[in-house]
Design a protein around this ligand. Structure first.
Ligand SMILES: Nc1ncnc2c1ncn2[C@@H]1O[C@H](COP(=O)(O)OP(=O)(O)OP(=O)(O)O)[C@@H](O)[C@H]1O
Ligand SMILES: O=P(O)(O)OC[C@H]1O[C@H](OP(=O)(O)OP(=O)(O)O)[C@H](O)[C@@H]1O
Length: 230
């Protein structure tokens, strides 16, 4: 009987994830081998706590390779094709707040809403000889927001794995979809969020994978653990 739970191994979510577990009576200490992905756990017999990157946790939940994970809702919604059936958000943990937003150059003074942007996208090819380019690492969230929610068909996603806010000034994209918390990176790059351009208000969540069949004992342990975060 073992239930696995992964927490971010480093970065901005690591310490608060450990504190969230402590609040649920689960204490996690580094393994004797500091490079190990395993930890020493007390307060929850049968629970194994693993250290993985925030984005890896989302993939492992999607694949059913771990039972629980603590990671950002943005990474879950971006990584898991059908999040509402594949995983359950057991608890929103109140840290790691960040918004996934659509931002355009400040200089686009006539573009304040998604409707304005839809007009721009519709005429972009005629005016500029190519489709509107959106820099992002959030492909799935962007496509769903632009195409499904706002009916915008004419755009091209330019994959960006870092310094996304710099893409418009660098000329590799026209607008961006990225995460923001204080807004200072957007401001520094002369970008503004559209008034209805918040795609997702994300925070760190305890997430359960629904991908695996569990025996009664594991299911009971999982229910007991989830209940501690209620
Ligand atoms: N200011 C911020 N910038 C980026 N991510 C933030 C911010 N505030 C909170 N987060 C959240 O932190 C999570 C990303 O955490 P972190 O940066 O540690 O992961 P990562 O380094 O991107 O993961 P990986 O190591 O897999 O690349 C996301 O869920 C994101 O929503
Ligand atoms: O709204 P703000 O408070 O300015 O934060 C937003 C910025 O912070 C993050 O980058 P970070 O520099 O942390 O690098 P990372 O994305 O590689 O973790 C994120 O990717 C944004 O660029």
């Amino acid at each position: 009987m073992t239930v696995s739970l992964a927490i971010p191994s480093k970065g901005r979510l690591n310490e608060q994830a450990i504190a969230a577990l402590a609040g649920a009576g689960i204490s996690v200490a580094p393994a004797e081998n500091a490079r190990s992905y395993r930890t020493l756990v007390s307060g929850a017999p049968g629970l194994e706590v693993l250290l993985l990157s925030a984005s890896e946790i989302a993939r492992e939940l999607r694949d059913g390779a771990i039972d629980f994970g603590i990671t950002g809702e943005d990474l879950i919604r971006e990584t898991v094709p059908e999040p509402d059936s594949a995983v359950d958000i057991v608890a929103r943990l109140g840290f790691g707040h960040a918004d996934v937003v659509v931002a355009v150059p400040d200089a686009w003074v006539d573009v304040e809403t998604m409707e304005d942007l839809s007009d721009v996208a519709g005429s972009y090819r005629a005016r500029h000889g190519r489709r509107l380019r959106i820099a992002t690492k959030y492909w799935r969230l962007t496509q769903s927001f632009f195409t499904r929610l706002h009916g915008i068909q004419s755009y091209r996603i330019v994959e960006s794995l870092g310094a996304t806010e710099g893409a418009p000034a660098a000329g590799s994209a026209d607008i961006i979809v990225d995460i923001t918390s204080t807004g200072s990176t957007l401001t520094a790059n002369h970008l503004k969020i559209l008034t209805d351009g918040v795609i997702l208000k994300s925070e760190a969540c305890l997430v359960r994978s629904n991908r695996v069949e569990r025996d009664a004992e594991d299911a009971a342990l999982m229910a007991e653990l989830a209940g501690r975060f209620g």
